[in-house]
Design a protein around this ligand. Structure first.
Ligand code: FES
Ligand SMILES: [Fe+2]
Length: 462
């Protein structure tokens, strides 16, 4: 439970708020390279941390992110002419470079020199492996920190699938949904699995699956059989490591380890003998909307056409939608920023809830993983009032992550302390893990090797 005041501190991200200031200290993966496909392609509306911006790729290929309102008299630069190394406002022709420099002011006499006194608000950008990162903090004239070494953005584009969708709730709700490992044994399950696994309560998983059907079945079996995991949390340089411990065999535990990386990154535990890793960057559009940037990557090889097709077209075991929205899941875009990522599964139609499926097929009846998450997270209220919640022991990870975020925000506000991991790019070289460990092996030591994001190395998950 949080006080109203703490809840405000945690959730509000606009300019001048403590959490907003904290988030602005970190690079934000706002754009995908494919959204600005070619030099001088059309500008794009961007809304992030409550600020309305316009992004464009200039003639040299550099991405500029400018305040939406032209510094002259405020017309939207979205309508700008993207030409010859800058974005030219269509109202009176003032033209700005990607760094905000005014290149031309044709409505003023040339001798006035006024153009040298005017600058558009521009945020630094860096482009890496298909993602454009934006830095919205003030650097006091110094260089911004390095980009974090998140593996999903360090592997080549061929190894990763990226998608976006808009969530109609505060960013902390979506973040908390992903570090809450206990919900997946309920919300994201089929009735048939629940029956099968609970009927096998006393069977050994090894006997049940004979070791032949693959590690995914083993992990799912352990997860379904023990649906009240014990949680352990560890503060790390980069954020919080969250361990969910379930019974495995007589002498072992099944550990599913989720990563939270400052300030809004998550990596969920994998499955399978040759696992890919998935997770999100939960990007606050404003206090009431979140851009869910979802990744799935393989650490050592390109995704196959079949894998990419499944990620983009859905049809997984839990319904048409998976962790990623399918390419047919979107509404026609409007003039609103990120409207191209608004889905046909939304609160206005109860996310296409299927009551018959709830009776006969899926625990929730909702059509796949992310709509299941969205229905729960958005129905909490746009900005959930945490003063009325009742946290259980399975919410330990959520409690710790909130504390880390609020402590970092108040330490920055009150003492000017540098936020965690800001200059430690290498601390982000970590993975989630799903492993079976003997009872007497510590989950931290026993998982250490699996958590290292080492180039060219992948471990089987359970
Ligand atoms: S408002 Fe943009 S040039 Fe006048
Ligand atoms: Fe979920």
């Amino acid at each position: 439970m949080l006080s109203r005041q703490e809840n405000e501190l945690l959730t509000r991200v606009g300019p001048g708020t403590p959490m907003g200031d904290l988030l602005r200290n970190y690079w934000i993966p706002v754009l995908l390279s494919r959204e600005l496909p070619t030099p001088d392609s059309e500008p794009m509306r961007v809304r992030i941390l409550g600020e309305d911006l316009v992004a464009f790729r200039d003639t040299q290929g550099q991405v500029g992110v400018l305040q939406n309102n032209c510094p002259h008299r405020g017309a939207s630069l979205f309508f700008g002419r993207n030409e010859a190394g800058g974005l030219r406002c269509v109202y009176h022709g003032w033209k700005f470079a990607a760094d905000g420099t005014c290149l031309d002011m044709p409505s003023e006499p040339a001798e006035s020199g006024f153009k040298h006194k005017v600058k558009a608000l521009a945020y630094p950008t860096r482009e890496r492996n298909g993602v454009v990162w934006v830095y919205m903090g003030s650097t006091g004239g110094n260089a911004p920190p390095p980009l974090p070494d998140l593996e999903w953005n360090q592997v080549p584009e061929s190894h990763v699938c990226l998608s976006k969708r808009v969530a109609d709730s505060n960013w902390v709700q979506t973040l908390e949904g992903e570090i809450d490992s206990s919900h997946s044994g309920f919300l994201h399950t089929l009735l048939e699995e629940q029956d099968n696994y609970s009927n096998a309560q006393n069977a050994s998983a090894g006997r049940l699956f004979g070791g032949a059907q693959g590690n995914t079945d083993m992990g799912m079996y352990y997860k379904m059989r023990d649906r009240h995991p014990r949680f352990e949390v560890l503060d790390t340089d980069y954020g919080v490591l969250i361990g969910a411990r379930r019974a495995a065999e007589a002498d072992s535990y099944y550990w599913r380890l989720t990563q939270f990386l400052m300030p809004f990154h998550t990596i969920i535990p994998p499955y399978g003998a040759d696992p890919a890793f998935s997770g999100h960057a939960w990007l606050p559009i404003d206090d009431e909307h979140t851009l869910a940037l979802c990744f799935t990557y393989h650490p050592v090889r390109p995704l196959s056409d079949g894998e990419r097709h499944r990620l983009q077209n859905g049809g997984g075991r839990l319904g048409h939608q998976g962790l990623h929205p399918t390419i047919d899941a979107f509404l026609p875009p409007t003039a609103e920023a990120w409207s191209q990522y608004r889905s046909i599964y939304n609160k206005s139609n109860d996310y296409q809830m299927d009551w018959n499926a709830q009776r006969n097929v899926r625990f929730s009846g909702l059509p796949g993983i992310w709509p299941q998450d969205s229905a729960c997270q958005e129905s909490m209220g746009t900005i959930y009032d945490r003063s009325s919640e009742h946290l259980g022991s399975s919410d330990a990870g959520i409690i710790r992550v909130r504390r880390r975020l609020m402590q970092a925000a108040t330490a920055l506000r009150d003492q000017g302390l540098t936020p965690p991991a800001l200059s430690q790019a290498a601390s982000y070289r970590t993975r989630s893990a799903s492993i079976v460990l003997p009872h007497d092996v510590s989950w931290i030591d026993g998982s250490a090797e699996f958590r290292q994001a080492r180039a060219g190395v992948n471990f089987a998950a359970v």
